[in-house]
Design a protein. Structure first.
Length: 165
């Protein structure tokens, strides 16, 4: 069990770091693209394609991290008017819905990744499927976090957020 927890934490940390690196790379590439366009009337042929690839990965991984940290959208002003018992049941319904969404991303994302395997991105010649691989990975992460949350295992890793819960 301890080995599984370590492996899960390693994967979770890896994808969180990948998300942060993709954001930094995205900022650097876009900044370079704007500077070279304005100053030298030149744009790297691959910059727009890589920017879109990084944006897709950053967006999907951020969704998973948002579920992990309980920072997804909620309407507390309405649910605070309802009883605690109702809110506990409602939280389980939300977690089950989140699990279903994660599984949907895994299944449909994997099918789409396989579908795009034969095509390549025009500038970098990378397989188009690399862009869409973020979907099933995000789905696995969301489904995993949902299962853990359903069995009352806290998935947050950052201070401040836990205090609000």
């Amino acid at each position: 069990m301890k080995l599984v927890k370590k492996a899960g934490l390693f994967l979770d940390s890896f994808f969180e770091k990948l998300t942060l690196v993709s954001l930094v790379a995205l900022i650097l590439i876009v900044t370079t693209q704007v500077m070279t366009r304005k100053l030298f009337n030149f744009v790297f042929f691959w910059s727009e394609e890589v920017t879109l690839l990084l944006l897709a990965w950053f967006a999907f991984m951020s969704i998973a991290i948002g579920f992990r940290e309980y920072i997804h959208l909620g309407i507390d002003s309405f649910t605070n008017l309802l009883s605690k018992k109702f809110n506990k049941v409602w939280d389980k319904v939300i977690m089950i819905s989140t699990l279903a969404f994660g599984l949907y991303l895994v299944i449909q994302g994997w099918e789409f990744t396989i579908l795009m395997m034969d095509s390549t991105l025009p500038a970098t010649k990378l397989p188009s499927s690399i862009t869409y691989l973020a979907m099933p990975i995000t789905g696995i992460m969301i489904a995993g976090y949902s299962v853990l949350q359903l069995i009352n295992i806290r998935t947050t890793r950052h201070q401040g957020i836990e205090e609000e819960l």
